[in-house]
Write a protein that binds this ligand. Structure first.
Ligand SMILES: Cc1cc2nc3c(=O)[nH]c(=O)nc-3n(C[C@H](O)[C@H](O)[C@H](O)COP(=O)(O)OP(=O)(O)OC[C@H]3O[C@@H](n4cnc5c(N)ncnc54)[C@H](O)[C@@H]3O)c2cc1C
Length: 404
């Protein structure tokens, strides 16, 4: 199949040109030399959604429940990711991170994080006191903390670009501007209908991020869970104030929420971001404020209302931060007291694809399911960028098993 074409017969069609779809395609290409592969991405560019609009942090695996897919794939993923960046010259820095407890009420949760990190095999994790914290982050305050030197920052879009180049060099098609609108089983093949025509595939894998429930449910998968979009907004530090943050400063997260809380993060391009917020929004596409189809899907899902009832207080805080720069900066200044509203500039934003169960549960772990002859990545929230090369290994294992 020629470059950029998206018709005819292929062995595997992968829907979604984010880091998970591209890594999965690349893993399958390595395992199945000579196989015909096509990646279909609806946007004109690759990696423009979550892959290109996140905090850029390579997580070490501290937060996740031991034994969960998130824990296993994050620890494996960061190792593979650093190796990949070394091998292909993608920008990264193992700058380390601190998770900071501000008062005694957070110590129990910090203990739990430390225990999880150790159980998950996070390298070099250590408990630190205020003096160590001052040495690592001279402008930060806290009574206790965890230091993870293995955590780093990565150019995830750069990783996606290398994966796409490798795919194309080895003969795969990576077609952009190619939204998939339907999957249909016909005579032992899946017909993939898309914006520029259709192709027939022996196997289909959907890695569609914020739209991951749409194709899966249309293909006959369980409607539970659905994706509910949460906007993550950032502020940027003015260049002359970047010295306030040396690496990555994180709070002790709320254990009821799948998000890590507003943090201060250096990026590989030198910017320092504050954020992200987590605001339930009316569009899955981060470039839009409103989308009628998305809004109807969100409001029509019983889980949304249960989330709103359960987290309305948190929701009000998030709205406050989204509306007021002062409130946003105040939340960050709890960790870096010198921070002032005049130190920041408007920053980028991304939309998290968060799967929400009918019962209002915020699905925490990665979920991959099978329906209609296709494998569907139903939930790949943070740290799926870090874990992408390990998620790809898992999906390729499942795809291989489904073939035999
Ligand atoms: C604000 C924010 C901060 C985050 N911080 C971090 C972090 O620091 N570290 C970390 O590891 N993770 C982080 N994450 C999570 C991480 O970015 C995602 O888990 C990861 O990028 C998921 O990759 P993906 O390929 O599944 O999704 P995406 O990058 O969203 O890609 C999905 C792709 O599918 C395409 N698509 C959808 N529907 C169709 C269709 N019908 N046809 C064709 N194409 C389609 C989309 O256009 C998109 O390009 C963060 C996420 C956000 C939003």
């Amino acid at each position: 199949m020629a470059h950029e074409e998206a018709d005819g017969d292929v062995d595997v069609a992968i829907v979604g040109g984010g880091i998970v779809g591209l890594a999965t395609a690349r893993e399958l290409q390595r395992r199945r030399p000579g196989a015909r592969l096509a990646v279909l991405e609806r946007e004109a560019d690759l990696g423009v959604h979550q892959t290109g609009s996140n905090s850029g942090v390579a997580h070490a695996g501290i937060y996740y429940k031991p034994g969960s897919l998130k824990a296993q794939l994050c620890v494996e993923g960061i190792r593979r990711l650093y190796d990949f960046c070394d091998e292909h010259g993608v920008a990264y820095e193992k700058c380390g991170k601190v998770i900071v407890a501000l008062d005694r009420s957070e110590l129990g949760r910090l203990d739990e994080l430390e225990a999880r990190g150790r159980a998950n095999g996070v390298p070099d994790l250590r408990r630190i006191g205020p003096d160590d914290l001052r040495e690592l982050e001279p402008h930060a305050v806290g009574i206790d903390g965890l230091h993870s030197p293995h955590t780093g920052i990565v150019d995830f879009r750069g990783v996606a670009a290398v994966l796409a180049a490798q795919l194309r060099d080895a003969g795969a098609s990576v077609a952009t501007g190619c939204e998939v609108v339907g999957l249909e089983r016909r005579a032992g093949r899946t017909v993939v209908r898309h914006a520029r025509g259709e192709l027939r595939a022996r196997q289909v894998i959907t890695c569609a991020g914020a739209w991951s429930d749409r194709l899966a449910v249309a293909a006959g998968a369980d409607p539970d869970p659905r994706i509910v979009p949460f906007r993550g907004g950032y502020l940027r530090l003015r260049p002359e104030r970047r010295e306030l943050v040396r690496s990555l400063i994180y709070p002790v997260p709320d254990p009821d929420l799948p998000f890590l809380g507003v943090h201060l993060t250096k990026r590989v391009d030198g910017e320092v971001l504050l954020g992200p917020t987590a605001l339930l929004v009316a569009a899955r596409d981060r470039r839009r404020a409103f989308d009628a189809v998305d809004l109807r899907a969100t409001l029509g899902w019983p889980g949304t209302w249960r989330v709103v009832r359960r987290f309305w207080r948190t929701g009000l805080t998030e709205i406050g931060m989204a509306l007021s720069r002062k409130a946003f900066v105040r939340a960050c200044a709890r960790y870096v007291p010198e921070l002032r509203p005049e130190d920041v500039l408007p920053g980028p934003s991304g939309v998290r694809a968060q799967a929400v169960g009918r019962d209002g549960a915020l699905v925490d772990d990665f979920v991959v399911s099978e329906a209609g002859g296709a494998l569907h990545v139903r939930n790949a929230p943070s740290p799926a960028a870090t874990s992408s090369l390990a998620i790809a290994r898992l999906i390729a294992d499942r795809a291989d098993a489904a073939r035999t």
